[in-house]
Design a protein around this ligand. Sequence first.
Ligand SMILES: Cc1cc2nc3c(=O)[nH]c(=O)nc-3n(C[C@H](O)[C@H](O)[C@H](O)COP(=O)(O)O)c2cc1C
Length: 220
Amino acid sequence: MNVSEALQTRYSVRGYKPEPVPEELIREVFDIARLAASGTNTQPWHVAVVSGDARDRLRKELCELFDTGVAQKRGFPGDAEMHGVYLDRRRACGFGYYETMGVERKDTEGRMRIARKNFEFFDAPHVAFFSMPRGFAFPQAVDMGIFLQAVMLVMVEKGLGCIAQGSLAGYPDPVREIADMPEENEIMFGLSFGYEDPDAHINTVRMDRAPVDDFASFTS
Ligand SMILES: Cc1cc2nc3c(=O)[nH]c(=O)nc-3n(C[C@H](O)[C@H](O)[C@H](O)COP(=O)(O)O)c2cc1C
């Protein structure tokens, strides 16, 4: 598989088989992804992988926080207000997903059930927390995104499914308690991963992309 094929075949996987991924394979993924570029080669990333009993405990704690409506408190600033075409795309993303799952737009409970899946790690056997030192800023956030993309593409090549989750930055306390994360770091996003469940209907969701002329200009 080449890079173009990995990009063309990757999608966010939201349904997994319970079988764990051998640690050797997870390490192999990171061993390749670590070659990602970063500004002045600072490599600001840390990845805390949580599996097995620790994953089960963390899932339980995060779901309890979500279920009891505890306010989320991120280490880094959350999302910006969207407008125009960006807001349209965000809405299309949410609604496409709800529609596939048979949840009506006005079904608040159904939407909460779907949002909760983030904290259930979509049933993936592994979840990784990507963090960087507190106080690092925009340029390092770009590096984190480049690294995330490298990890996701290598996972595709290795036959693994994954989903990036900004939502997993919302409740850092139990993550700090259970995962092995540097004290000076804050979480940017999580990544649930494992082997895709081919029978999970949720995995039939595909998101569109804007064509090149919508985002690129060419001047000579
Ligand atoms: C940084 C980042 C954070 C994301 N956070 C979430 C999330 O919290 N929950 C979720 O269901 N999907 C999340 N996604 C997945 C996006 O919704 C998805 O990538 C986008 O809709 C395009 O779909 P595709 O990945 O299937 O091509 C995130 C993706 C990225 C890159």
